[in-house]
Design a protein around this ligand. Structure first.
Ligand SMILES: *Cc1c(COP(=O)(O)O)cnc(C)c1O
Length: 390
């Protein structure tokens, strides 16, 4: 038996055939055509957001454009700079979207939920900033990350944002379907992006979405994803947008997948229950810890992360040898070549403690009981047999 790290959930060709044939015949394959508009309307119903969600070519470009929109709204030009708080424990895509806006990341710690340690920021912000001395940061924006679908305490995020006059946006690329106090992040008043990549929970193959309640940001995003054009006939531009429009085949895949969103989320919920029962058991707590998820959060778990008591290589190798494709994800990006020793960090003690011990276990939308049994049995075998004899 082989269990891949992801198993994309996608419609069959026959579900797309009629509509896609029409697209090809009419030549209307991109540029905010029928199916992109229909997907955005359907996402609007799903999110019940104030403003319509906007689709993008991928999650990173949605994030890049959202950061750019905030930068412009704050009165900065494209080549101006300021500092941005962001967890180190994320995907490089988060950081690159900041860097390519000519902004400077200031890496922050996460807590046991693997999202930004907002309690630490709220209670110690000035002393954490003082630790950067002699550097005096000009922090205008914070990017929270919905790692593995988990969300931080959004009430504390709001408090921090208001008290320190720092705008907050969410890279919820991995967090499709997750809620805090039964509401999506956007309905708590924050702008957020999602990835609709094939590896994510809801997929358009490649794709992304941005949702904001702020009409200025919304209008800015519509321009930015279309080269910055605000006047179509002459193609006049007033901001340097990068083309990042979704095209029709992705939108069609999205429409079909969104029709099955209850099925997707319910299946995941059932699988998550089984994982929690196994990985969260008392016997297993001597070998690893699981992600802290607040009772306020309904987490859709893109992967099931565990933190081993030791460096993860032997466990990772054992799982791979048994055809279970685990992943060392996320990681502490402040240590990756591109960023190492180049950008500021606040205290990262928890991130540094876990970075070599975290393993992501696959959890698919469609998963047979036998696959889960095999996965749990293999984990058991590593800890109960292999380890004691090695
Ligand atoms: C997947 C992911 C992205 C990238 O999304 P794409 O759609 O692949 O561009 C960015 N940030 C985080 C945290 C992610 O998990």
């Amino acid at each position: 038996m082989k269990i891949n790290i992801v198993k994309p959930f996608l419609p069959s060709l026959s579900e797309l055939e009629t509509e896609f044939t029409e697209c090809l015949k009419s030549g209307m394959v991109t540029n905010n055509s029928q199916y992109v508009r229909e997907l955005e309307s359907n996402l609007h119903k799903f999110y019940k957001s104030n403003l319509k969600p906007l689709t993008f070519s991928n999650g990173e470009m949605a994030l890049f454009s959202l950061i750019q929109a905030y930068k412009l709204k704050l009165g900065y030009g494209p080549l101006d700079s300021f500092d941005v708080l962001v967890p180190s424990f994320t995907f490089a895509g988060t950081i690159n979207a900041i860097l390519m806006n000519n902004l400077r990341p200031v890496f922050c710690d996460v807590d046991g939920g693997f999202t930004l340690d907002i309690k630490k920021l709220n209670s110690n912000y000035s002393s954490l900033i003082d630790d950067l001395d002699p550097y005096i940061p000009n922090i205008k924006l914070m990017v929270c990350v919905g790692a593995y679908g988990n969300l931080p305490n959004i009430d504390l995020v709001r408090k921090f944002s208001e008290e320190n006059d720092i705008k907050v946006i969410f890279d919820n690329a991995p967090a499709f379907g997750s809620t805090y106090k039964n509401k999506f992040t956007c309905n708590h008043g924050f702008s957020e992006i999602y990835s609709f990549h094939a590896s994510k929970i809801f997929s358009t193959m490649e794709g992304g979405g941005a949702i904001t309640n702020d009409p200025d940001i919304h209008n800015s995003l519509i321009k930015l994803r279309d080269f910055g054009q605000y006047e179509k006939v002459r193609g006049n531009v007033d901001v340097p947008g990068l083309n990042s429009k979704m095209q029709e085949i992705s939108a069609l895949v999205g429409i079909k997948n969104l029709e099955k969103v209850d099925f997707i989320l319910n299946n995941r919920k059932n699988n998550i229950e089984r994982y929690k029962e196994f990985f969260g058991s008392k016997e297993n707590s001597e070998f690893f810890n699981v992600m802290d998820v607040s009772t306020d959060v309904d987490c859709t778990y893109l992967y099931y992360p565990i933190v081993l008591k030791e460096e993860a290589t032997p466990f990772v190798n054992y799982m791979q040898d048994n055809n279970i494709m685990v992943r060392r994800y996320y990681t502490a990006v402040h240590e990756l070549d591109l960023y190492k020793n180049k950008y500021m960090s606040l205290d990262l003690s928890y991130t540094n403690e876990i970075k070599d011990k975290v393993v992501s276990i696959p959890i698919h939308t469609i998963m047979k009981n036998e696959e889960m049994d095999y996965l749990f049995e293999t984990v058991n075998n590593f800890f109960k047999n292999e380890k004691s004899t090695s």
